[in-house]
Design a protein around this ligand. Structure first.
Ligand SMILES: Nc1ncnc2c1ncn2[C@@H]1O[C@H](COP(=O)(O)OP(=O)(O)OP(=O)(O)O)[C@@H](O)[C@H]1O
Ligand SMILES: [Mg+2]
Length: 360
């Protein structure tokens, strides 16, 4: 594939046209194991798509198929409308962050970053300017002269990210790009990724098992399970309307009210083969002895006793025994709030419309 990199004369920045991606019934087998099964997916130009799923679900394999490091056993893959299954990875115009970073060990940080620019024929003076700017964005200004072996894991990961982003390719492939960073740095880098995506609109496919990262960064998320897509939706759609028990419990916390010991009320009637699900943060917790908490007819109310209270900084998690069920409720910390302890009798209530039915 020819490079679509152009130099934007106004600010000296490089720009390129984001690519549309299409997986068409793609299967990848390793002997008996199908790491990816019959995957069909279109990623529109400029979308930030995250592949989320547990370990071994086929996320890296899907990304490596797209990058050209793994060939499909069946099916076809299109980038910008062209089949790429016979195009070697070095001929594809893409920036990649590998799960293992894969920095050039014999090049300094600065030369690692210059490499993709040199490959695209950029002049030395411009390369230096871009490298400086990118080092600043990933907070590594002082480390340009170091070799990769002289960096911490998190620093290496930021170099890998900077190297993938620097030439602003039409396609960006990220495999756990922020996994080695501490929480503060991860949030800063998420902010940088969001800003860069807003600025350049590069089609981005990001693999992660960090739910918060997936929810924060993505236009759309696909959840993979054992090589197949379990559900595709926007972050809010996936969190608010999970279709299966797997998605509901993988993305966020969920109470699965299977054979509830109380008569569960919901707005919509349950479909066969489904089970009721309620998010812990949708549940309000009150003192059972408190007489003033009138419940309107849109809410269901049950009484139980606290088995455990877990302090988690901005919120508390209550495990409440209601008959045979153990219900988890999450209360946001607020000033003047009543705090319950194990053994306390409490009343829980939630909106009937917050009950979701998910497939088993
Ligand atoms: N080269 C290979 N040879 C044989 N099996 C492989 C190979 N690469 C991957 N697999 C298998 O394919 C499945 C999917 O692996 P993959 O690396 O895509 O998972 P993943 O979702 O990225 O997991 P993780 O979150 O742990 O990185 C796993 O069962 C894995 O063992
Ligand atoms: Mg992986």
């Amino acid at each position: 594939m020819g490079t679509r990199l152009k130099v934007n004369e106004r600010d000296g920045c490089n720009t390129s046209i984001p690519a549309q991606i299409e997986f068409c019934k793609v299967t990848k087998r390793y002997g008996e194991v199908a790491a990816v099964k019959d995957l069909s997916l279109i990623v529109p130009r400029g979308e930030f798509l995250t592949i989320l799923g547990p370990s071994g679900s086929g996320k890296t394999t899907a990304l490596m198929l797209l990058a050209g490091f793994v060939a499909p056993s069946e099916g076809d893959i299109f980038i910008a409308g062209r089949s790429v299954v016979s195009v070697p990875s070095y001929r594809r115009d893409q920036g990649i962050v590998f799960q293992s970073y894969a920095l050039f060990p014999h090049l300094t940080v600065r030369d690692n970053l210059q490499f993709p620019l040199e490959m695209r024929g950029m002049k030395a003076a411009e390369r230096v300017k871009l490298v400086d700017r990118m080092l600043e964005r990933v907070h590594l200004n002082d480390l340009g002269g170091r070799m990769p072996s002289q960096l911490s894991g998190g620093q290496q990961q930021r170099v890998a990210l900077a190297r993938a982003l620097i030439a602003n390719p039409p396609l960006l492939l990220l495999d756990e790009p922020l996994g080695a960073l501490d929480r503060n740095l991860r949030e800063q880098m998420q902010g940088e990724l969001r800003a860069l995506h807003r600025e350049f609109g590069t089609t981005t496919i990001c693999v992660t098992h960090d739910q918060e990262e997936a929810l924060t960064l993505s236009d759309r998320i696909i959840v993979m399970r054992a090589g197949k897509i379990e559900q595709t939706d926007t972050p809010a759609g996936l969190y608010d309307r999970p279709q299966t028990r797997f998605v509901a419990t993988f993305l966020g916390e969920a109470n699965i009210l299977e054979n509830a010991s109380f008569s569960l009320e919901s707005e919509a009637p349950p479909l066969s083969g489904t089970v009721a699900m309620l998010r812990p943060e949708r549940i309000c917790v009150f003192d059972a002895a408190d007489p003033d908490r009138a419940v309107d007819d849109q809410r269901q109310c049950v009484t139980g006793s606290v088995e455990d209270m877990v302090y988690a900084g901005p919120f508390r998690r209550y495990h409440v025994r209601v008959g045979n069920d153990l219900i988890v409720a999450r209360e946001q910390a607020a000033s003047g709030q009543q705090i319950f302890q194990a053994g306390d009798r409490v009343r829980l209530n939630w909106l009937r419309s917050d009950i979701r039915f998910v497939r088993m």
